[in-house]
Design a protein around this ligand. Structure first.
Ligand SMILES: O=C(O)c1ccc[n+]([C@@H]2O[C@H](COP(=O)([O-])O)[C@@H](O)[C@H]2O)c1
Ligand SMILES: Cc1cc2nc[nH]c2cc1C
Length: 352
C-alpha cells in the first residue's frame, strides 16, 4: 500500500516536472537532452525546483599486480603514484577542470604501491590504502574477498562523509595503471561478451600490444573460470578487480543510498558501475552518463545500461575528467528549469 502510494506520488511529480519543462518559453523539446537531465534531477531530488550543491569529483587511485609482469599496459606502474602527487600539486587535467568549474576534488589512495612520505599532508588527500597494489591475477586472485568488502565499505564511508558536507552531486574518477584490463574482464563476464570485444588500447597500446593484452586476459578468464561468477559480483571483483574499482563500487552504492546525482565517467568508472548495478539495480536511476569514452568497449557498456552519454569528445583519460566537464551541463539543466520564464509569465504566445 505504502509502495503503491509512493509510486503514485512519483508519477505525479514526474508529470508536474514535464509540465513545468514544457511551460518554458521555448518550442516543446527544444532544449533537447538537457530537458531529460532536468527531469531526472527533479525526480532524484523529488522536487520541481532541484539544486546542485557542493558538487564533488572523487578520484580513487590503486595499483595492479598485473602491471609489473605482463605486457598489458604501455606505461609503467610507477605512473599511478606519480600522478597522485601530480593531483595533489594541482597539475593534472582533473585539477584544471575542477578549478575551472568550482568542483571540489578529493584524491583517495585506495591501494597505491607507494609509501608516502610523512610530509604529504593534504586536506584533499584521503589515505584509505587497502594494500600496496593488488596481487597479479595471472597467478592469484587480485585480493581476498575480505579486502574487496573492506574497499567497498571504505568507498561508502568516503561518500557518506562528503554527503555530510552538503554535496548532492558527485562524480567518480580513477587512476591506476592496468585498470583497463580489470574493466575489460568485468565487462566480458557481466555482459557475457567475448574478451576481444571488451579489450581496447587503454593508455595507448600498439596493435601488437593489444593482441598480447587480449591473449593474457583470455588466459585469466580460463584460469579462474570467471564465467562461474556472473552472479557473485564481489567474488568476481576480488579475483580481477582493483582496489580503486572496488572502492568506487561502494561509492556508487552509498551515493544512490544518499539519493545523490551520480555523474558517471569513462570505461573503468562504468565497469565499476556494472558491479554496483549487479549488487543493487536501483543505482542506475541516480546516474547521469557524462561521456562516451574512446576506449573500445565503452559504447557497448553504455548500450547495455541503456545510457545516453552527454558528451562525445574522444576522451580516454579517466581521472573523472568527463564527469567534471559534464557537471556544468547538469547545472545548466537545473538552471533553465528554475530560472526560465514560462509562456504565461512572459506573455509569449504558445503554438497555434
Ligand atoms: O576513462 C577511460 O575511459 C579511460 C580509458 C583509457 C585509459 N584510462 C586511464 O588509463 C589508465 C589505465 O590504462 P592502462 O592502459 O594502463 O590499462 C588509468 O589510469 C585510467 O584512468 C581511462
Ligand atoms: C600520464 C597518465 C595520466 C593518467 N591519468 C589517468 N590515467 C593516466 C595514465 C597516464 C599514463
Amino acid at each position: 500500500m505504502n509502495q503503491e502510494f509512493n509510486n503514485m506520488k512519483e508519477e505525479y511529480l514526474e508529470q508536474q516536472l514535464r509540465q513545468k519543462i514544457n511551460s518554458k518559453t521555448k518550442p516543446i523539446g527544444a532544449l533537447g537532452y538537457l530537458e531529460n537531465i532536468a527531469l531526472q534531477v527533479g525526480c532524484i531530488q523529488q522536487t520541481l525546483s532541484p539544486v546542485i550543491t557542493n558538487p564533488h569529483v572523487i578520484v580513487f587511485a590503486g595499483d595492479h599486480g598485473v602491471a609489473q609482469t605482463e605486457l598489458v599496459n604501455p606505461y609503467p606502474q610507477a605512473v599511478t603514484a606519480q600522478m597522485v602527487l601530480n593531483f595533489l600539486e594541482g597539475g593534472a587535467a582533473i585539477n584544471v577542470f575542477c578549478r575551472q568549474h568550482q568542483i571540489a576534488l578529493k584524491i583517495v589512495d585506495a591501494g597505491v604501491n607507494q609509501q608516502w612520505s610523512e610530509a604529504i599532508q593534504h586536506e584533499d588527500f584521503i589515505q584509505a590504502k587497502i594494500a600496496y597494489g593488488t596481487s597479479n591475477y595471472i597467478d592469484h586472485p587480485a585480493m581476498s574477498e575480505a579486502e574487496a568488502k573492506k574497499a567497498i565499505e571504505e568507498g561508502k564511508k568516503i561518500v557518506k562523509q562528503v554527503g555530510l558536507q552538503g554535496c548532492n552531486t558527485i562524480g567518480f574518477g580513477e587512476m591506476g595503471i592496468s585498470n583497463t584490463s580489470s574493466a575489460s574482464l568485468i565487462m566480458s563476464i557481466l555482459l557475457q561478451l567475448p574478451i576481444k570485444e571488451c579489450t581496447g588500447r587503454g593508455t595507448g597500446a600498439s596493435d601488437s600490444q593489444l593482441e598480447i593484452k587480449k591473449y593474457v586476459l583470455q588466459k585469466v578468464i580460463d584460469k579462474h573460470e570467471l564465467n562461474n561468477f556472473i552472479d557473485q559480483p564481489i567474488k568476481l571483483l576480488s579475483i580481477i578487480g582493483g582496489f580503486e574499482i572496488a572502492m568506487m563500487v561502494g561509492a556508487y552504492l552509498q551515493a544512490a543510498e544518499n539519493k545523490m546525482v551520480i555523474v558517471v565517467d569513462g570505461f573503468i568508472a562504468t565497469a565499476a558501475l556494472l558491479v554496483a548495478h549487479q549488487i543493487n539495480k536501483n543505482v542506475l536511476q541516480f546516474c547521469i552518463f557524462a561521456h562516451a569514452s574512446e576506449e573500445q568497449g565503452h559504447q557497448k557498456m553504455l548500450h547495455y545500461l541503456q545510457a545516453k552519454p552527454l558528451l562525445t569528445l574522444g576522451l580516454r583519460l579517466g581521472e573523472g575528467t568527463g564527469a567534471a566537464l559534464a557537471i556544468p551541463l547538469i547545472q545548466s539543466a537545473v538552471a533553465f528549469l528554475n530560472q526560465m520564464a514560462s509562456f504565461e509569465s512572459a506573455g509569449v504566445s504558445t503554438k497555434m
